[in-house]
Design a protein around this ligand. Structure first.
Ligand SMILES: Nc1ncnc2c1ncn2[C@@H]1O[C@H](COP(=O)(O)OP(=O)(O)O)[C@@H](O)[C@H]1O
Ligand SMILES: [Mg+2]
Length: 300
């Protein structure tokens, strides 16, 4: 059945069948079969064995037309929280490890600096408009920015770019825009984009005071939408030593969310600058976050 659906049924027909809901059953069987083989499922099982991730697996959430690529969607509890730095760091780590990794910033608002940072971190030569297919002028929520420009953010446009990158790379690091419930057009939120791409997420949150509430809300919202959460990265946005709050938050966040905190990334002036050296970024981030979830051994 998997073979039939994957290789015999053309993509156009799959989309059509999906739309008219005729192949629900075929899809369900295929999803179950694929979910068992999916690399993310494997990762998840590793974590589950460690007892770190609970109640997160949903076969359905893993599968979409983009199931071939391994990838991570980096979201955050807020904007300006460190998504670009962490996504760039993960891309740089994979690149340094010898993986065939690409990056994507599907939607930007304001400028294309995030796409440049990611491109530099992953050391790829893709044009910025492919990495960042939807770039809106105003630094506002995408739906608002697009309305002002008289544009409509179309997930299909993102999908086209994603498909090209998906064919080129074995691994994709995708950075979100704002937080998980930000509207990207009149009827879709970032969470819908994540589901459409079929990627598991990492949540970047501020390491400081107030983060437990924001992190918990993001985790619960992702869970409601059956999105797989690989872990939480706490990021220090200000210089200075860790205070009691940064020292105690990771454990409490793990306790209340039941999601692993992969690490606390300290403030570092170098990585905060535009387009830092990729090896430097990889070395710094890998010192501070737990990398088991990347399954580096498996991908090379
Ligand atoms: N650990 C860090 N050390 C130094 N600067 C950081 C760190 N994390 C983020 N920054 C800086 O803080 C700002 C917001 O980070 P960014 O990754 O762009 O957030 P987001 O992508 O969530 O909007 C940027 O100027 C970035 O360079
Ligand atoms: Mg960013």
């Amino acid at each position: 059945m998997t073979f039939f659906y994957k290789h015999i049924v053309p993509t156009g027909l799959k989309i059509y069948l999906k739309q008219i809901n005729l192949c629900k059953l075929t899809h369900r069987v295929t999803k179950t079969l694929r979910a068992r083989e999916h690399p993310v499922t494997k990762t998840l099982h590793t974590h589950t064995t460690l007892g770190k991730i609970t109640t997160l697996f949903s076969g359905a959430a893993l599968v979409d037309q983009h199931e071939k690529v391994k990838g991570i969607f980096v979201t955050g509890t807020d904007t300006e929280i460190g998504k670009t730095v962490i996504a760039g760091g993960l891309a740089a780590i994979l690149k340094q490890a010898g993986a065939n990794v690409g990056v994507m910033k599907p939607i930007s608002t304001g400028d294309m600096a995030d796409a440049e940072y990611l491109k530099h971190a992953a050391q790829v030569d893709d044009p910025l408009h492919l990495i960042n297919p939807v770039s809106l002028c105003h630094p506002l929520a995408p739906s608002v920015s697009a309305n002002i420009e008289g544009k409509h953010v179309d997930i299909l446009e993102i999908s086209k770019a994603y498909s090209i990158l998906q064919q080129k790379y074995d691994y994709l690091i995708v950075e979100g825009v704002g937080g998980i419930a930000v509207p990207i057009n009149d009827d879709k939120l970032v969470v819908d984009l994540i589901k459409y791409l079929g990627l598991p997420i990492i949540i970047v949150a501020n390491a400081g005071l107030g983060t437990i509430n924001h992190t918990m809300l993001t985790v619960e919202y992702a869970r409601q939408h059956q999105i797989i959460i690989l872990g939480i990265v706490l990021n220090m946005l200000q210089s200075g030593k860790s205070s009691l709050v940064e020292l105690t938050n990771p454990k409490e966040i793990e306790r209340v969310t039941q999601i692993p905190v992969l690490g606390v990334v300290p403030f570092n002036e170098q990585i905060g600058k535009p387009n830092p050296d990729s090896d430097y970024l990889a070395d710094f981030i890998s010192k501070h976050i737990e990398l088991d979830f990347l399954n580096l051994g498996d991908m090379l």
